[in-house]
Ligand binder design. Structure first.
Ligand SMILES: Cc1cc2nc3c(=O)[nH]c(=O)nc-3n(C[C@H](O)[C@H](O)[C@H](O)COP(=O)(O)O)c2cc1C
Ligand code: SF4
Ligand code: FES
Length: 548
């Protein structure tokens, strides 16, 4: 039973008592129960629970359902943490091997080799020795894959809601904004706009009612960072929203999440209800007089609804179509009230910045990009999954050291970064330290963090056709340059890939790209030509080879 917390002291008492409860000499078995479900995690979990009961091991073993543990390529995955010994990582766990895991690993401490991660033929049993993990720096994902996302107690044990309590009782709103500003946090939703500055605009805007929106639309193909955060650590987002709400002066927040993310919605709903029971959401939070509550709004999954004015229209119950700016949402957003919109990952960064301070945060990353970035590593790479690295890490480190390189005989060709608004980074730029500006300089964008690796077998003209197909289908049709431009560019790309291209087609593509970029109303049309332009820039020979 969750009991109401009526003060800062109540929160500290709860943290201390949960700490005590869990300081037992149990082996902790953490099973990813989110994306890994697709490959049988539920069955493995059920078998574990059954066996633990049958063998009367409840006092010795604790089985925890977690969110994504990162190395999704090895799904279903689990970690085993014996007290005072390093974590063992197992992948491709099957139901029939569960009794062996219990008898050999849990009871005798022996490693089952066939479940271990392998590199160059060598088995690596301990998580800390696996380069995929040891080369990352999990700041935002620190709880993801570690705690049970459905347990507010576990979140609180891991310093959860401490930062919010600090922001509520020790900092005034201006001070919160100044910490976030001097930390150098920039929006992780794509554009990289300074978060503190954005909060300041909304705080200063005229209006008694202000809204806070968390953008969890995540429409980029290949991206699943935001989904993983919501599934694996929903309280981090709620805590980030509470801090943001106090900073801008809002009492009402919305999380706009696509209906295709049922586990994320479920975990978030549960987390909101737990936070309400504990008096961390609602009226007079922790007895402070501060009020804030949250509502989930489900979207149908249209890419354009991630654009902030379209998202606002969608929450208002209208068709999700962008409108011209100004007025900016900070002045006139949801129901014409001042509104602040932030991405999931941006908000999940907030508690750690408040807890550890701006100076600490700024040390991670580059001059223009503080902190870390989460990438969804996909495509032709051995260790597909969720990766968090400091800004300034090179693409080579992500793809080869963490990702384990390109499998098979075919070497690395390019990495597509930033989804439909992004571009391809070729081999010659593998050593580029990644941050917002450096990536833009080479024709891609950081975007929300989708990173698709392509090998030498991949046709870059096909890639640009794929993204054009996507944006053409997702264009809302409100303005002519985007509606017609994406269609014409797609027709041209189809013609070229069919081998029916003629001289002048690439020049036509460039011209149409220019018009679409400059004359479209919203970011969808303005950035839609980017994948085409970047493949023309680096892989012109492939276009020429297809054109007679
Ligand atoms: C077509 C389009 C789609 C977008 N999709 C998303 C999205 O899925 N998630 C997101 O956070 N931001 C998305 N954005 C950016 C948002 O409009 C907005 O800038 C962002 O949510 C602001 O949060 P941030 O400052 O924390 O990055 C999209 C923008 C455009 C133009
Ligand atoms: S640029 Fe495209 S998506 Fe954006 S408003 Fe115009 S038609 Fe709609
Ligand atoms: S979804 Fe299970 S490890 Fe990523």
């Amino acid at each position: 039973m969750l009991k109401k917390l009526n003060s800062y002291d109540d929160l500290i008492t709860m943290k201390k008592s949960s700490d005590k409860k869990r300081k037992q000499d149990k082996v902790k078995v953490s099973i990813c129960m989110t994306g890994c479900r697709a490959l049988g995690a539920e069955e493995v979990y059920a078998e574990f629970s059954k066996q633990i009961k049958k063998q009367k091991l409840q006092n010795k073993v604790e089985v925890v359902e977690t969110g994504c543990q990162g190395l999704c390529a090895r799904a279903p995955v689990m970690t085993i943490d014996p007290p005072d010994a390093p974590s063992i990582f197992y992948g491709r766990v099957t139901v029939d091997i569960v009794p062996d895991v219990i008898s050999d690993t849990i009871l005798k401490g022996e490693v089952i080799k066939k479940l271990c991660y392998a590199e160059a033929g060598k088995k690596i049993p301990y998580l800390e020795d696996i380069p995929f993990y040891s080369k990352q720096n999990k700041i935002v994902l620190r709880n993801c894959g570690i705690i049970d996302p459905n347990s507010i107690e576990q979140y609180i044990e891991n310093k959860g809601y401490d930062a919010f309590a600090k922001a509520l009782f020790e900092l005034d709103p201006e001070k919160i904004i100044s910490v976030i500003t001097s930390a150098g946090l920039r929006g992780r939703g794509g554009a990289g706009f300074p978060t503190g500055l954005k909060w300041g605009f909304c705080r200063k805007a005229q209006g008694d009612t202000k809204y806070l929106i968390c953008n969890a639309d995540e429409g980029d193909p290949g991206a699943f960072m935001d989904r993983a955060i919501l599934e694996g650590d929903p309280h981090a987002v709620i805590e980030g929203m509470l801090i943001a709400a106090r900073a801008i002066g809002s009492e009402k927040g919305f999380v706009y999440v696509r209906a295709e993310y049922p586990i994320a919605v479920n975990h978030l709903r549960n987390a909101i209800s737990q936070a309400r029971k504990l008096n961390l959401l609602g009226n007079n939070i922790l007895g402070s007089g501060f009020n804030f509550d949250l509502e989930i709004k489900m979207g149908a999954g249209a890419f354009v609804c991630g654009e902030e004015t379209a998202l606002i229209a969608s929450i208002e119950g209208k068709r999700g179509m962008p409108r011209p700016r100004p007025p900016f949402p900070a002045n006139s957003g949801l129901w014409n009230m001042p509104t602040n919109i932030n991405n999931v990952e941006t908000l999940a960064n907030v508690p750690i910045i408040i807890a550890e301070g701006a100076t600490w945060y700024k040390q991670l990353g580059t001059k223009n990009g503080a902190g870390t970035k989460i990438f969804a590593l996909a495509g032709k790479v051995k260790n597909t999954g969720l990766v968090e690295v400091p800004m300034g890490t090179t693409l080579r480190e992500i793809v080869f050291d963490i990702g384990g390189g390109v499998p098979g005989r075919h070497g690395f060709k390019a990495a597509q970064m930033g989804g439909p608004s992004g571009g391809c980074v070729p081999e010659e730029h593998l050593d580029l330290p990644i941050d917002y500006e450096s990536v833009k300089d080479v024709g891609a964008i950081m975007g929300s963090g989708g990173l698709i690796v392509m090998d030498n077998e991949t046709s870059m003209v096909d890639i640009s056709k794929y993204f054009m197909e996507f944006v053409q289908e997702e264009s809302c049709g409100k303005c002519v340059p985007c509606r017609v431009g994406t269609k014409k560019m797609l027709d041209k790309l189809i013609k070229i890939t069919k081998g029916e291209g003629t001289r002048g087609d690439v020049e036509d593509l460039k011209e149409m790209a220019h018009v679409t970029q400059t004359a479209s109303l919203c970011g969808l049309g303005q950035t839609a030509p980017n994948p085409v332009l970047s493949t023309i820039r680096y892989f012109m020979n492939e276009y020429e080879a297809l054109i007679k």
